[in-house]
Design a protein around this ligand. Structure first.
Ligand code: AMP
Ligand code: ZN
Length: 302
């Protein structure tokens, strides 16, 4: 049994994660949630005084805006769409017959106006664009959402529905790149308080297909994405628990985000993978929270 499967089994046995029969779709125990809320409080201790505007979106977003975002161009393999039954009584009868016969019944399902949110910041850009120009001094937002990515796996750190906490900064290039650097420094400090070993490395998103290879190279060459990596199931291949993304002015252009002086806004976002951070803590300090070092428990809950 590999390390990922054995860690997953231990998490199920301890009750911290709850098996649903689908890889990457898990329930979480109260204890697991306490770790996440403790960590979110720690985030607040670092970022709370920055004056970010908090917004919370549900885990589904407007399909038309998702189409405009270009997600299907870059990551079609990860997207999740919400489909519903929109047929007649006759269609309903044949649907039920299919289910009874154990046959495929979802073919007639029709796309709704909702798709599953792929990253917490996706619903934000069109929302902010609708408000009109941003102050020249920039703007800062605080988001948290369940996100969906179709990447079933036995690795407990690779889930299909997981939570991402994000800060998103909009403004000039200097402003948003300084924001990104500030959170890289804060991220390292936060994890060291939690007794976790980290490295920060340049990274890329999993762009699809042959055209995607060029996107990967471009993203890496320009240092547009960094990740903070922590060992979860392997020290040789640590897991990305935070990411630090600079989008240049690409989202500004796409969504029409402008500053009051008429220039196109640059944007950057910093994402915390909340389940991954909790799992890193359980992997490193053990499955019994009571046995964790006092300093770690104080950092989360004092
Ligand atoms: P990304 O937009 O891919 O940079 O994701 C932001 C953060 O979400 C990552 O740094 C991870 O910590 C977390 N994350 C991404 N994909 C998953 C996943 N499949 N399961 C759990 N956490 C994830
Ligand atoms: Zn983001």
């Amino acid at each position: 049994m590999d390390m990922q499967t054995s860690f997953l089994d231990r998490l199920f046995e301890s009750g911290l994660l709850i098996d649903t029969g689908v890889d990457g779709l898990y329930g979480r125990s109260g204890q697991f949630e306490d770790v996440i809320s403790g960590f979110e409080r720690l985030i607040g201790q670092y970022g709370g005084a920055d004056g970010a505007e908090a917004m919370r979106f549900p885990p589904g977003m407007n399909r038309a805006l998702f189409e405009k975002s270009g997600y299907m161009k870059s990551f079609p393999q990860l997207a999740g769409t919400v489909h519903s039954f929109c047929g007649s009584e006759l269609d309903h009868m044949s649907l039920l017959q299919c289910i009874d016969a154990g046959e495929e019944w979802t073919k007639g399902q029709e796309a709704t106006d909702i798709v599953l949110t792929p990253a917490a910041c996706y619903p934000l850009y069109p929302t902010v664009a609708k408000r009109g120009p941003l102050p020249n001094a920039g703007a800062l937002f605080d988001l948290q959402s369940y996100c969906f990515r179709h990447e079933p796996s036995k690795d407990p750190a690779r889930q299909q529905l997981f939570r991402m906490r994000e800060y998103v900064c909009m403004g000039t290039e200097d402003h948003v790149t300084a924001f990104r650097q500030l959170w890289m420094d804060r991220g390292v400090e936060m994890m060291s308080k939690l007794g976790l070993d980290v490295v920060i490395d340049v990274a890329n998103d999993p762009f699809f297909g042959r055209a995607g290879k060029m996107m990967v190279n471009n993203q890496r060459d320009q240092n547009l994405k960094f990740e903070l990596l922590i060992p979860v199931t392997s020290s040789a291949k640590p897991t990305a628990c935070m990411s630090f993304n600079y989008h240049q002015d690409s989202f500004g252009q796409k969504w029409g985000l402008a500053l009051e002086d008429g220039s196109v806004a640059h944007t950057a976002c910093v994402g915390f993978g909340l389940e991954r951070i909790a799992l890193a803590l359980f992997a490193h300090h053990g499955l019994e929270v009571e046995t964790w070092p006092i300093a770690v428990r104080e950092a989360l809950w004092a």
